[in-house]
Ligand binder design. Structure first.
Ligand code: GLC
Length: 454
């Protein structure tokens, strides 16, 4: 234990040889810069289930794609950067943001502190930032962090490893590279010092609970010095958690835009998803998923043991499009009513047993079934080797009549459990049933054979 703390202390130094060596050897993340044990660090995240992602930057001024619009040549770099003069944050109200996030039922939020365009939302010593270079003229990260913490929400900061604007970063656009790393290692080192310096500023000023990295695909873990970055973060805050996009050195996976079809393999994961097709504010993008559809996505995600990080893109003045507000409010109605089935839950039972998402309480003795639409008859659960002590509609308390048919004394195959849900207790978006079981959930999963004694 002592030695471990000693290592952490050493690693806090800017270029500790111990840490650099460990990083160069490419040790597994758990071998270095451990912080508190992963399960403990990840607990709040695993229980939270729902977070709000916020893409806010100068790209909201003209409503163009965040960073990618100049990278892909849809707009020239000078035109993209001109947006700086329109970024005023005049209506920015972080307390109202936090209140909305809280009402939605999200337990954490993640703000883009600096996207690939390199425009930081705080007064960073180096690079471009909104304090010095836009009419906003003030730190936008600090007030956000404070507002979330006041409301008991966990704080996540997104940080892009690449900075396509920075003179010492190798990649500028899809067409243009500034230099090759092997030709100018000193220049790359200047970039590393810059970005790691920014991370130190973030740690010192805001001490986020969650570091949400992005853009790691442009370099290898050793080029980014991911191991060293992880060590430093955990040395500074042994409880911090890190997403997977620190190239091999994160704590949890981040599938993007793909609503889960199969259950992801990793123990901890978070689906990040846009409400329409865009991360940042793009007023002409009307392809919104509605609140009902997003509630189904949330149910699917938590049913597979993951979190949903749902994105909003505020306008350049800091106000939030009414369509996005409405979605969060509607989700809040549903998450509030069904809180017991959501927060702290575990992944539910396989679809072979119940045709829909499900979750389990921490003691696995309450099974929550999420009903897709209005049932056309009784709801069926197969292969449940438990006695149902009580069945009820979550949020309404209505009792649900239940009976088991097709059970034979001589067979260990459980009978068919039918649940008769009272029509008046159905939820407008998605009804959730709670089955209180006699013991932790037990599933019969053997192949059913002919009975030899027949
Ligand atoms: C992608 C994009 C980026 C967006 C992110 C969110 O990696 O580069 O624009 O911020 O996904 O997950």
């Amino acid at each position: 234990m002592k030695a471990h703390f000693l290592l952490l202390a050493l690693c806090f130094g800017v270029s500790s040889p111990v840490c650099v060596q460990a990083a160069e050897k490419g040790q597994a993340p758990e071998a270095i810069g451990k912080g508190v044990p992963t399960e403990e660090r990840m607990q709040w995240f695993k229980d939270a289930k729902f977070g709000v992602f916020i893409h806010w930057g100068i790209y909201a001024v003209d409503g163009v794609g965040e960073s990618w619009s100049f990278f892909n040549g849809d707009i020239s770099y000078p035109d993209y950067m001109k947006q700086r003069s329109g970024f005023n944050a005049g209506k920015y109200d972080p307390d109202a943001w936090a209140a909305l996030i809280k009402r939605s039922g999200a337990r954490y939020a993640v703000l883009t502190s600096r996207h690939h365009d390199g425009v930081a939302l705080w007064n960073s010593r180096q690079g471009i930032n909104v304090v010095r270079d836009t009419p906003a003229g003030r730190d936008l990260v600090g007030p956000f962090v404070d507002a979330l913490r006041k409301d008991g929400l966990k704080v996540g900061l997104y940080y892009s490893l690449p900075d396509w604007s920075y003179r010492d970063y190798d990649v500028f656009t899809r067409q243009e590279k500034r230099y090759q790393l092997k030709d100018d290692p000193a220049r790359w080192q200047r970039f590393l010092d810059y970005y790691q310096g920014q991370l130190k500023e973030i740690a010192d000023r805001y001490n986020p609970d969650l570091y949400w990295f992005d853009g790691d695909w442009e370099h290898s873990a050793s080029e980014w010095q991911s191991a060293k970055v992880r060590e430093r973060i955990l040395a500074h805050n042994p409880n911090a958690i890190i997403n997977s996009r620190l190239k091999d050195y994160g704590d949890y996976d981040t599938p993007e835009q793909g609503v889960p079809v199969l259950r992801p393999a990793s123990k901890y994961w978070e689906l990040c998803l846009t409400m329409n097709q865009s991360w940042g504010y793009q007023p002409r993008d009307n392809q919104y998923k509605n609140a009902n559809q997003l509630i189904h996505v949330l149910a699917d995600t938590i049913g597979m043991g993951g979190n949903l990080l749902l994105d909003i893109g505020p306008r350049a003045d800091g106000s939030i499009d009414e369509r996005q507000v409405q979605i969060l409010e509607k989700m809040g109605r549903w998450t509030g009513k069904h809180a017991e089935a959501i927060y702290g839950s575990q992944a539910g039972i396989p679809l072979d047993h119940f045709h829909g998402p499900s979750t389990l309480s921490p003691d696995r003795k309450t099974l929550y079934l999420f009903l897709d639409g209005k049932p056309s008859g009784e709801v069926l659960v197969k292969g449940l080797d438990n006695q149902v002590l009580r069945a009820r509609v979550v949020g309404s308390g209505a009792q649900v009549a239940h009976r088991v048919l097709g059970k034979h004394d001589w067979s260990k195959v459980p009978g068919l459990l039918y649940l008769d849900v009272p029509a008046e207790a159905l939820d407008a978006d998605m009804t959730v049933l709670a089955l209180e079981l006699d013991k932790p959930v037990a599933l019969f999963q053997e192949e059913v054979k002919a009975i030899e004694s027949n």
